[in-house]
Design a protein around this ligand. Structure first.
Ligand SMILES: [Fe+2]
Ligand SMILES: [Fe+2]
Length: 361
């Protein structure tokens, strides 16, 4: 295998290894956060238990995935090592930021459910990128393997984990759209409760507190606004660095991010509020990650990596608008706000489908 290909493969493998290893630790933390036992009520208990169960299953699955990657390292005779994944660091920072501002434990399950789905999207995207690369190497007979090992096994191993990630995402989506969360949001006390905040002192401060479902909605709305604003600039930058075909796709994404940002402004206007300055560290990480990967990639891979970055971003935004729509539907807002969010969530699904097609072909 040529050095550039081997380096690209090693880098993908190291990223995946880092993702699974970080997740093993982080999912333990999240399981602890979710099982905080300060709430009464059957619905809340049921919801928390189901979420806890998913997170535990995810953690066990993650251990299996980490072991599978260790087997791939062995098969391909590469020394196991963990690469940097800024998006994951960002996800952790966002979670800590939320923990510092949430004043009502009943709001943890809906937040963690959405956060878990975003984490899974990051994982799914990491596997998707690695699989695309490995498919090419296997097809060209360029994947080096230890004596007696089969290159197809590497592909199959990665695909098995990818399928697990997709199944977990579906599972989380079922839970989000299911009865436990609905009952929790309808029946629990998500109005001001006066409960003390669980201070993690993670060093992140935020000017707004999250005590009611309305607060959580506005918190996530502000997050979404920050993201769209960053994306307008980032997509512009990405589009300038790729070939014409891809530049057109990325310019479309930029225009769409601008439309979504403008729509969010309308939503804030309808609520009589303004977006708080709420940094979204996950998207900052995805942008940093995407930027450095595209810049350092060999020429024949950089355009594809730019599209993969866009796909990761749009998948995260799909989760974000699904969550906003879910939260919004439990608040008595004017119908037009919900209609806007629903329209955006539907459009996101189409965008993601189209990008998935482009990335695969
Ligand atoms: Fe995994
Ligand atoms: Fe996973």
């Amino acid at each position: 295998m040529a050095t550039a290909q081997r380096d690209a493969f090693t880098a993908e493998l190291e990223r995946l290894y880092s993702v699974e290893r970080t997740l093993e630790t982080q999912l333990e933390v999240v399981a602890g956060d979710v099982s905080i036992d300060t709430l009464d009520g059957v619905q809340i208990g049921d919801c928390r238990e189901r979420l806890y169960e998913r997170i535990e299953t995810h953690r066990e699955e993650t251990t299996t995935h980490r072991e599978r990657l260790e087997a791939v390292f062995e098969t391909t005779e590469i020394e196991p090592s963990a690469g940097d994944v800024p998006a994951l660091e960002g996800w952790i920072a966002d979670k800590e930021q939320f923990n510092n501002v949430v004043l009502n434990d009943a709001l943890r399950p809906p937040y963690y459910l959405a956060a878990a789905a975003k984490l899974e999207e990051l994982e799914r995207s990491a596997y998707g990128g690695a699989i695309t690369l490995v498919e090419g190497l296997v097809a060209d007979g360029d994947l080096p393997t230890a004596e007696g090992a089969d290159a197809d096994d590497v592909l199959e191993t990665l695909e098995a984990s990818y399928e697990d990630e997709v199944a977990m995402l579906e599972d989380l989506a079922d839970l989000a759209g299911g009865d436990p969360i609905a009952s929790l949001l309808e029946e629990s006390d998500v109005g001001p409760s006066g409960r003390p905040a669980l201070d993690r002192s993670g060093g992140h401060t935020q000017s707004i507190n999250v005590e009611t479902v309305d607060d959580l909605f506005v918190y996530q709305l502000s997050n979404a606004f920050y993201v769209e604003d960053e994306l307008v600039e980032f997509y512009d930058e990405l589009a300038a660095n790729v070939g014409d075909d891809h530049a057109e796709i990325l310019a479309d994404r930029r225009d769409h991010a601008r439309t979504r940002r403008d729509r969010l402004e309308t939503v804030f206007d309808a609520l009589g509020s303004r977006p708080a300055t709420s940094r979204n560290h996950t998207i900052d990480g995805v942008i940093e990650d995407g930027r450095s990967r595209v810049e350092s990639a060999p020429d024949d891979r950089s355009d594809r990596l730019a599209l993969e970055t866009a796909l990761t971003i749009e998948r995260l935004q799909q989760r974000c608008y699904d969550e906003l729509h879910l939260l919004g539907s439990h608040i008595d807002y004017a119908g037009s706000v919900l209609e806007d969010l629903e329209a955006t969530a539907d459009e996101q699904r189409e965008i993601v489908d189209r990008l998935e097609d482009r990335v695969r072909n």
